[in-house]
Design a protein around this ligand. Sequence first.
Ligand code: FAD
Length: 302
Amino acid sequence: MTKVYIFAESAAAAAELATWARRSGAASSILAVGDAGDLAGAGADEVIVLKGGSERPEDYAIAIAAIVGEDAGGLLLASSTVAGREVAANVAGRLGCAMVSDASSLELRGTFLRAERTVLGGAVVDVCEAPLPCVATVAPGIVEPEPAPQESAVEERVVEVDGRIVRRSLSPFPVGDVDLEKASVVVCVGMGIDGPEDVAMAQKLADGLGGAVGCTRDVAEGRKLLPKDRYIGITGAIVKPELYLSMGVSGQLQHVYGMRDSKVVVAVDSNKDAPIFRAADYGVVGDLHEVVPQIIAAVGAH
Ligand SMILES: Cc1cc2nc3c(=O)[nH]c(=O)nc-3n(C[C@H](O)[C@H](O)[C@H](O)COP(=O)(O)OP(=O)(O)OC[C@H]3O[C@@H](n4cnc5c(N)ncnc54)[C@H](O)[C@@H]3O)c2cc1C
């Protein structure tokens, strides 16, 4: 039976990967750094807590490689985070095995792992197979976690760490007060807007619908009309609202990648050939300054 090792940075991510392992008929071990936290409830067969005196999860790759390497057909899964990618690459290098990065779906096929990855800004799905043992990093949210069948046994191990990189400080990054990724309605502004008065118009509509305002990258990074944490896309936030409504967004692949799982998409754009209309359920071809005030009036936003 294939053994799945899960490099855990959060109980939520570990629960997704443990659910996938159970559904695939594989045994699973969560490898945690420092303490077990809530991981015993994540649904793996066991939790191994690595204790090596370093606070940097990345430094535990030596120990993780040693554990995964004991298993001839093992599979190490890590989330596609900075630490997850670093550990995965380090372990793959130490074991001399294959690594698949940013998988959006996984399937065990005998002695192979089959994975899908979305590449080229969401335009192409790359399906690949790697022989076990191997390592994969996994995009968040690809598995709906199931409740754990039982609490896992927790074992602590004192291990060797790589102490060459010294952390000098760790301070929280300032984040805005809007959690776009959890918003049920997103009103998105693109470069078709004129300026701050149009952002205010979008905010009025979002307030009326109980939602949040997002934007394209160029609006945040180029024109700096909204903070960077508000832009949606392949290098920005990934949103899945019930309603996504765009104003003056052309719908380039890099943006659409971040909103394509929205339930209902409404687009307002003056160019009838704008690609956003291909991703939209409802489209209005027109000047946003004429169309959006009518939507605001229709939904009774004041
Ligand atoms: C490596 C890379 C990564 C990227 N990552 C991202 C990303 O994560 N997210 C992202 O958003 N972008 C990203 N981009 C940028 C992306 O390619 C586009 O440039 C950007 O999304 C376009 O933004 P836009 O739709 O606001 O502007 P435009 O493409 O300029 O579109 C403006 C639209 O407004 C319409 N318009 C103009 N005036 C009006 C009006 N009065 N009323 C109605 N409509 C009007 C136009 O018809 C047009 O369709 C990335 C680019 C690269 C190269």
